[in-house]
Design a protein around this ligand. Structure first.
Ligand SMILES: NC(=O)c1ccc[n+]([C@@H]2O[C@H](COP(=O)([O-])OP(=O)(O)OC[C@H]3O[C@@H](n4cnc5c(N)ncnc54)[C@H](OP(=O)(O)O)[C@@H]3O)[C@@H](O)[C@H]2O)c1
Length: 358
């Protein structure tokens, strides 16, 4: 195959502010442009060239675009927007021993058709180079950062034990559905109460591990949540959402219950402020509220991959409709930003993956 000479890429043309993201149209935050492809060379012996096959759509990217992590999305520079994804290696620099042409690798890559860069420490060959056992998208969802986040949040942060009860927000999302399934079907939770944004998502969750699922958009959400949890309260809360959902959950916790702060998707589009009263509930209930990030737990990846793959194969974790929303953007590169922004409108069930090429 002859190597590409040009690549479409998206760059961030300005930081996102409190008025929220514009993913399309003349005032979009993202500019589509074409750049020449540079090959790994004697000046860049540690670089590789990949064809981007599939990209992960993650809520945290908006924090990069708001200026939280400037190396991820550099405004006004030619660097393409960064994303986790899977690429096929087309060329390697002479110092790159870890990867070879033809490998499919998981890494932090970019909103680009082709991308030349120095692999990060986290880069690995998908499924250890063996033939894929699941669809490619699964290696961006449950068998990648989303699954690992669910796994370490339950096991390390919450130290979740068989027989305990759990509340999960953002439960139909990429991290959330793994938390629900893993807690109930692998770790032996006595009760899992899931929170999601539609009746269909709630019905799906009740089919796949939740004892009860509650729609946070319901006018009766607070009462329905209390009824679902019951008078004993929950031992643990895995929060992906923050804001008013978080506020509604805390009074349903047992004394000394544990709360894992995983994410705050309800707050990412604006600088939402927390109700100070929430912190009084934390105090009065003596809750253990623990922030965590999957970055501190990457060394758990091999254990996680083995346990999670076994759980999928044994049927304890279901994958299929509802665990992934796969968007075919082959020949439709310009659809990347709008697809990603759908995360903030709840358009996805499970992991939202964009496929760019075969
Ligand atoms: N700590 C870490 O290391 C780490 C790692 C990965 C992810 N995270 C965080 O974990 C959270 C979930 O990530 P994910 O990849 O699983 O995303 P995701 O759930 O796949 O996608 C976002 C979902 O959140 C829900 N949502 C959107 N806006 C909302 C709002 N205002 N209030 C309540 N729910 C809302 C939507 O579903 P509904 O239809 O239910 O609204 C949407 O489908 C995010 O906050 C992310 O930043 C943290």
């Amino acid at each position: 195959m002859s190597l590409p000479t040009n690549s479409k890429v998206f760059i961030l043309n300005r930081s996102i502010d409190d008025s929220g993201v514009k993913a399309s149209g003349p005032d979009s935050h993202f500019t589509l442009t074409t750049q020449p492809v540079t090959l790994p060379s004697p000046e860049t012996p540690n670089f590789i060239l990949v064809q981007v096959l599939a990209i992960s759509n993650d809520p945290a990217q908006i924090l990069w675009f708001r200026g939280g992590a400037r190396d991820m999305a550099i405004v006004g520079k030619a660097d393409p927007v960064k994303t986790y994804g899977i690429g096929r290696v087309l060329a390697v620099g002479k110092n790159v021993g870890k990867f070879k042409t033809g490998d499919l690798i998981f890494d932090m890559i970019a909103w680009a058709e082709y991308y030349t860069y120095e692999p990060t420490d986290r880069a690995y060959v998908v499924n250890g180079g063996r033939p894929l056992e699941f669809p490619l998208s699964t290696y961006l969802g449950i068998l990648a950062t989303s699954g690992l986040t669910a796994y370490v949040g339950l096991k390390n942060t919450l130290e979740f034990k068989p027989g305990q009860s759990l509340i999960v927000s953002g439960a139909a999302g990429s991290v959330g559905h793994v938390v629900v399934q893993y807690a109930k079907n692998v770790l032996g939770a006595s009760k899992v109460v899931a929170i999601a944004g539609s009746g269909d998502k709630c019905a799906w969750l009740e089919k796949h591990g939740a004892d009860k699922a509650v729609n946070y958009k319901s006018a009766e959400f607070t009462n329905e949540l209390a009824e679902a949890v019951g008078p004993d309260g929950a031992d643990a809360f895995f929060d992906n959402v923050a804001g008013r959902v978080y506020d509604a959950v805390l009074p349903n916790m047992k004394l000394h219950g544990k709360v894992a702060l995983c994410g705050a998707i309800s707050q990412y589009n604006s600088k939402g402020t927390y109700n100070a009263g929430t912190h009084m509930v934390v105090l009065i209930r003596r809750l253990h509220v623990i922030g965590f990030t999957v970055r501190d737990h990457y060394d758990e990846t091999p254990n996680f991959m083995k346990e999670c793959t076994d759980a999928i194969k044994s049927g304890k974790i279901w994958i299929g409709e509802g665990t992934e929303t796969v968007v075919d953007l082959r020949g439709k590169f310009e659809g990347i930003p709008e697809t990603w922004a759908g995360l903030f409108q709840g358009k996805n069930n499970g992991k939202l993956v964009s496929i760019l090429a075969d």
